[in-house]
Design a protein around this ligand. Structure first.
Ligand code: ZN
Length: 316
């Protein structure tokens, strides 16, 4: 095994370590929620589809609006209660995506997508988890206005954490879609792949949605076999990350490759190949001779890959 490379201090994993206390008991009571909206410390994140609206600042922009200011931006739809930071209520409110787009022209605002905000560090990192929470929840509302059981229009209740059908009485809860994201490893080598939508030179972990009736471990083995033709054995859970594009939970794993021959599913992947530890270290450090790289530090893939390069993976 090659010596452990020095990759510097470990960066923060984006959208994690939320300061929000969700205070679910406060969601139930409409009067309490109204009081929270009127709390002078209340702030609201403004989301329009993929876009987030920020108050332009100096080095960092501020995504937390006063209510009056947020409502003056345009017609707002769902309002959701995210929880409390300290005693200060935090909400998110949906703007029509076209309205959000039109706000790009306003000089005192910055309007851009959450990925760019995270990757470019446009706001204090403490804002990323509540922004992820708000964006995912509002996206669910946008796509679940009607009852999936009977087709009637549904009503928002509990501060945005449920939709009720007045016709058939079904209760609908916000969904989270689990995705297995994994690094197959064998000795001093690992498999990385490229999706068709990746920028040139970027390689990452393999990933796929976990299907009904499947364990995380089964999904890791199935996706690796389907996408790259690699047979895997043991699976070790690493860590997880909310990924609000639109409502995923990334479940990071390492897995032991039992076979080495790669057969690529070209509908899923542009390419996949074996890399040795030294080459991957140079990619993490952005010093690869051909300019190959891993995903940015905000993404869990970076951390999954790095943990293996730093020899921190123990398969059960
Ligand atoms: Zn219904």
């Amino acid at each position: 095994m090659s010596p452990r490379p020095d990759l510097g201090p470990k960066p923060h994993l984006g959208y994690t370590a939320s300061l929000i206390e969700r205070a679910a008991e406060r969601r139930m009571d409409a009067a309490q929620l109204a009081a929270l909206v009127n709390d002078p410390g209340a702030r609201v994140y403004v989301v329009g589809g993929e876009l987030v609206v920020l108050n332009k600042g100096g080095e960092l922009h501020d995504p937390a609006f006063m209510f009056a200011q947020a409502r003056a931006l345009g017609h707002t739809a769902e309002l959701v209660f995210l929880g409390l930071i300290g005693n200060a209520p935090r909400f998110a409110i949906a703007l029509d995506p076209a309205t959000a787009e039109s706000l790009k022209a306003r000089e005192e605002l910055v309007v851009t997508d959450l990925r760019s905000i995270a990757v470019r560090g446009l706001v204090d990192a403490d804002h990323l988890p509540p922004l992820a929470e708000g964006k995912a929840l509002l996206n669910w509302h946008m796509r679940h206005r009607f009852c999936s059981n009977c087709g009637a229009a549904t009503n928002v209740v509990e501060g945005g954490w449920r939709r009720d059908c007045p016709a058939c009485r079904t209760q609908h809860f916000p969904r989270t879609d689990p995705v297995a994201i994994m690094l197959p490893v064998k000795g001093d080598r690992c498999v990385l792949g490229r999706s068709h939508r990746f920028q040139a030179g970027m390689w990452s972990c393999l990933a796929g949605f976990i299907e009904p009736g499947e364990t995380i471990e089964d999904a890791v083995r199935r996706e690796t076999r389907e996408e790259a033709g690699i047979i895997c054995g043991r699976v070790a859970y690493f860590r997880s990350q909310p990924w609000p594009f639109p409502t995923s939970l990334m479940i990071g794993c390492h897995t032991e490759a039992l076979s080495t021959e790669i057969t690529i599913d070209r509908t899923e992947l542009d390419d996949a190949r074996w890399f040795d530890r030294e080459e991957v270290a140079s990619m993490l450090l952005r010093r690869h001779p051909s300019g190959l790289s891993t995903p940015p530090t905000v993404a869990i893939a970076y951390h999954i890959i790095r943990a293996w390069v730093e020899d921190e993976v123990e398969l059960p």
